[in-house]
Design a protein around this ligand. Structure first.
Ligand code: PHE
Length: 347
């Protein structure tokens, strides 16, 4: 048979080829279009044809190939439609798979609860950087130069050298009082802010201490603010957070930026004041530090201490969360173990 006859014969056959399934279709593809297939072989033959005859044969040969290719596409589509028709449809009345919701981190839940309690009495939230400088974290807060309190708070200093100069005073904030200094420098009293955020201290990591934790500090500056106002607000907070029966007690303490200063205990929420391992048998647990803003701090931040007075307080969110949810090991808060996290309220 000449090549022209072969082309004509294959043209005739094209509509007779049929495939019942994918395997048959593939077998036919191999028979005609694969490397050793009949049409591909015609191209081999075509190469040997004298030049002057090529033009007359090339065009019908290409058409033949296209004809087969489109026939194969057609068969493939038909088979696909048949398969889809044979597959059972999705049952649209079926109850959907439950959507798995994430849960809120316990520290976020508690932070929001605390902010909510204080916002009901007029506090707003202020934000500030975690990478701070000595001025905002210590100097403006009445820490004398070389004051050992800088070590007391186990500061992480960031060794950033500029050229030949000594390391600069860049550090990770050890408390969010640094946000309070920023607010005092930028706003005029009355000031009533909460400063929530992460703080860093160079402590060995254990069940009871971590190198970072979360604080919420509060600051109120106005005319005639007294220690009695501070006590009332803290009592309100303790009752809202831990229940109406909660008692508070204030013990004298020392902070460079407040005078007088105090630490506040609440009656142990776990044993109800009878004494347990959490409160070490005392019936009281310490939850925050507080005091009247030292006039030196007000003056350093440009606030007239003869006209204005104020109070400040600072608490650790982890500590409140431990009490509220009975979490015994601080490390759980940062390990991201979903078995722990799933126990809290969903989003
Ligand atoms: N800044 C203190 C600390 O981190 C807490 C505090 C804030 C104490 C405000 C008194 C007043 O320990």
């Amino acid at each position: 048979m000449t090549i022209q006859e072969k082309i004509a014969a294959l043209q005739q056959q094209v509509n007779d080829i049929k495939a019942q399934n994918a395997a048959e279709l593939e077998a036919l593809r191999i028979k005609y279009l694969a490397k050793k297939g009949e049409i591909t072989q015609l191209y081999e033959e075509f190469r040997a044809i004298p030049k002057e005859e090529k033009a007359a044969i090339g065009a019908p040969l290409n058409q033949l190939k296209q004809l087969y290719e489109s026939r194969f596409r057609e068969m493939k589509d038909q088979l696909g439609a048949a398969v889809a028709a044979a597959t059972p449809r999705e049952d649209l009345t079926r109850t959907p798979d439950p959507l798995e919701l994430g849960t809120r981190h316990p520290l976020s839940l508690v932070r929001e609860e605390i902010i909510d309690i204080f916002s009901r009495i007029g506090f707003t939230v202020a934000d500030g950087p975690e990478v701070e400088d000595d001025k905002h974290v210590f100097s403006l807060l009445n820490f004398a130069p070389e004051h050992p309190a800088r070590d007391m708070q186990d500061t992480f200093f960031i060794e950033k050298t500029e050229g030949e100069q000594k390391p600069t005073d860049v550090l990770l904030r050890t408390h969010t009082s640094s946000v309070q200094t920023r607010v005092m420098l930028n706003q005029k009293p009355p000031i009533r802010v909460l400063c929530p955020g992460r703080v860093y201290r160079n402590e060995a990591i254990s069940a009871r201490a971590h190198c970072f934790f979360h604080q919420i500090e509060g600051l109120y500056i106005d005319k005639n603010v007294s220690f009695a106002d501070l006590r009332e607000v803290l009592l309100y907070f303790a009752k809202e957070m831990f229940g109406e029966d909660t008692k508070i007690r204030l013990r004298p303490s020392y902070f460079p930026f407040t005078e007088p200063s105090a630490e506040m205990d609440i009656s142990c929420d776990i044993c109800g004041g009878k004494g347990c391992s959490f409160c070490k048998g005392t019936g009281w647990v310490e939850i925050l530090g507080c005091g009247m803003v030292d006039p030196n701090v007000l003056e350093a931040c440009g606030i007239d201490s003869k006209v204005y007075t104020g109070y400040a307080f600072g608490l650790g969110v982890e500590r409140i969360t431990n009490l509220k949810y009975r979490v015994k090991d601080l490390r759980l808060f940062s390990e991201n173990d979903v078995r722990f996290l799933r126990q809290f309220k969903s989003c």
